[in-house]
Each structure stands twice: as structure tokens, then as C-alpha cells.
Design a protein around this ligand. Structure first.
Ligand code: FE
Ligand code: FE
Ligand code: MG
Length: 166
């Protein structure tokens, strides 16, 4: 931890660390949910869906890395055991029990919408108090917004292909 770097965050550092610790658990669970979904996906436009899920899995792992680095900069420690991810998570883990593409998309859209809510509230929490965390959270939020849109666009294409226009 850099002492001056932490000092500028002031009394807020403990609060920020607790939010980052929870986000770290979310990112790993999101990574695994995407990674596994890509392995087992079945159904129409499977190749396009798998490519998107894999791309998002890589992004979530990158987010976990960013968040872990910031936790360490603030003098904290990322969750030592995966066991704690379930206790810490905001958005949970939605097991892909049904491998059908539209079901996977639905689950992951729900996850992205949760992530958008979480990171948006972290922006409010860090605005004008912790510019370094704020900037990182903003970058992650931009990715999550893009993820939601990508998945909803795929879902729409599959619906159009199946002629279930609504
Ligand atoms: Fe993420
Ligand atoms: Fe995401
Ligand atoms: Mg994408």
C-alpha cells in the first residue's frame, strides 16, 4: 500500500474496501458463470453466443484483476478463499443448469443488470472522495453496460430467427 495514496481516500477507505471486496467476489462468480456457459451452450446461433460468452468471461476476469489491485493499493486483501465468494457477492451465481442459449443469455443479462446497479452505486459512493477507485469503477461500468447490450442484441437476433417477433 502507498501511504499517501491511501491517505487521500481518508476515512472512506474502509467503506471502499468493503465495496471492492464484494465486487471482487461478483467478478469471479460472473467469470465462472460465463466460462461454464460457453462450455455447455446448446441451441440456435450457438457459435455466436459462445464467442460472446467467452469474450465476457475474459472481461470479468480482467475486472477481478483491476479490483484486486485496487484492494491491495488500499491496504486490503482480496478474498483468500473462494468459499467466501458466496457470502460476499452482491449478484450471486446463477448456475447454468439449462444449457439452452436463450436461457443462458437470460441468466447472464440478469447478472449484468445487477452489476450495473452495483457499480453505479459505487460511483456515487466514490465520487469526489476517491478519484482512483472512481475511475476504475467507471471503466468497469462501461464494460458491464456494453455486456448487457451485447447479450440483449443476441437474444433479439435469436428471437427474430425463431420468428417469435414481439
Ligand atoms: Fe465485470
Ligand atoms: Fe459483465
Ligand atoms: Mg461483448
Amino acid at each position: 500500500m502507498g501511504t499517501k495514496g491511501r491517505e487521500i481516500v481518508g476515512l472512506n477507505a474502509e467503506k471502499v474496501l468493503s465495496l471492492l471486496t464484494k465486487a471482487f467476489a461478483d467478478e469471479w462468480l460472473a467469470y465462472y458463470q460465463y466460462w461454464l456457459g460457453a462450455k455447455i451452450a446448446k441451441g440456435p446461433m450457438k457459435e455466436a453466443v459462445i464467442a460472446e460468452l467467452l469474450q465476457h468471461a475474459a472481461d470479468e476476469l480482467r475486472h477481478a484483476d483491476l479490483v484486486a489491485n485496487r484492494i491491495i493499493q488500499l491496504g486490503g486483501s482480496p478474498a483468500i478463499s473462494p468459499k467466501s465468494w458466496y457470502d460476499l457477492t452482491n449478484c450471486g451465481y446463477d448456475a447454468p443448469e439449462d444449457p439452452y442459449v436463450t436461457r443462458l443469455l437470460e441468466q447472464n443479462i440478469k447478472g449484468e443488470q445487477c452489476a450495473i446497479t452495483v457499480y453505479n452505486s459505487m460511483l456515487a459512493e466514490t465520487r469526489e472522495k476517491d478519484p482512483v477507485t472512481y475511475n476504475m469503477v467507471l471503466q468497469i461500468l462501461q464494460d458491464e453496460v456494453e455486456h448487457e447490450e451485447d447479450l440483449q442484441a443476441l437474444q433479439e437476433d435469436i428471437d427474430l430467427m425463431l420468428n417469435r417477433r414481439s
